[in-house]
Design a protein around this ligand. Sequence first.
Ligand code: SAH
Ligand code: SF4
Ligand code: F3S
Length: 455
Amino acid sequence: MTELLKKRLFIKTYGCQMNVHDSERMADVLRPLGYALTDRPDHADLVVLNTCHIREKATEKVYSELGRVKVLKAARAEQGSTMIVAVAGCVAQAEGAEIMNRQTAVDLVIGPQSYHRLPELIARAHRSRGERLAADFEAEEKFDLLPMDRRPDGVTAFLTVQEGCDRFCTFCVVPYTRGAEFSRPAAAIEAEARRLVDKGVREITLLGQNVNAYHNDDGGGLAGLIRRLARIPGLARLRYTTSHPADMDEALIAAHGEVEVLMPYLHLPVQSGSDRILKAMNRAHTVDSYRRTIDRVRAARPDIALSCDFIVGFPGETDADFEASMTLIRDVGYASAFSFKYSRRPGTPAAAMAGQVDDAVKSERLAELQALLEAQQRRFNAGQIGRALPVLFEKPGRHSGQIIGRSPYLQAVHCQGSVDLIGRIESVRIFDSAHNSLTGLRTPVVADEPAGEIA
Ligand code: SAH
Ligand code: SF4
Ligand code: F3S
């Protein structure tokens, strides 16, 4: 009977892990109102699109999805039921009321700092077409007001420690959509981490748009926070993302060598291998300072897997600038990386720069860069063959009797095993590798490294 009273919520998430995490929090805030998640938008009483504004394509996707949602909403209206359509996330923050003008199916628009107000705004949307826009920047209020009762849906979880960005890279919308940098107090983060671990979480990824700029009351920065969380009994693995090279301080580098639960994986976007371009991007680091940082990180943790973001075709990028990026990639050697064609974002300084690069040139450069990065990723994965790795099992695989976990280096690892293994860390001997995953056999042999991590 109670099931019938339940309202159904469909959330579609675009963009970065911060959005993935925010979508979970929106589900948390709506659960007490009777909303249960569904994966069928046509059955939903409430549809939330949690949007991304980072590149033009990401924004366009939202408008085409809204076109489809409009049809579903009309079909429900014909059956005598309603569907509330909410646009959340970075497009909501950047475009605000304009979304409602462009797509009439939208009932409310809510920016990332206002999710605690969702219940109130949904009630209003039901009652009238009153206040439908919430897009302010009260980050502190958001963290205080979101429910504490998170329901993790697995053994790994994201935990937001920092939001916003003050760096203003000239290509990027994030400082405009997410606002100024804000770090949560360490005690609140630790309390949330403990609650997650109590609910069965074994691995936590600390999230922030510029996470290594995290600063707190006790002055310990991200390294201090990591050391504090590492003491939580039952927490087996810690990760953090995304970092800026200029904020990679000595304390954090040292933590990579000393904190056992801190996984040997670092996503440290450089964007370009040319100093001229880095300067035009306002990146606040040079190619040389980045290389020296990588050297120090590798000295602290020799097996660390490095990941990166690259942009090709930034305004003014010449063949020589592009070649400098290729050289940097060859020299560093990445375990994985993301790469993008520069996308001109309205309102950002780079959008108005001279020397915009032709799309055909961007495509050519991207293909060349991605071929190199893919070869490196395959090589890194193949390098694990024969090793025994500690794998945290996360979920059943697609085939029966198969289970999927992750290596310390964030690689997906497939092997035979029962679902009882979920949440456990066991040693897996790797015998095969592909572009995106490894395959292995569980082994009674203790894993090679990192030592002491076997549950
Ligand atoms: N805070 C993170 C993530 C920013 S967005 C960071 O500083 O790395 C993720 C990636 O998207 C960026 O690293 C960059 O490579 C890419 N990106 C951001 N704006 C872009 C744009 N206008 N065009 C193409 N790629 C972009
Ligand atoms: Fe964007 Fe630069 Fe901030 Fe990253 S550091 S979020 S790329 S402005
Ligand atoms: Fe996109 Fe906003 Fe994340 S623009 S990448 S969803 S911070």
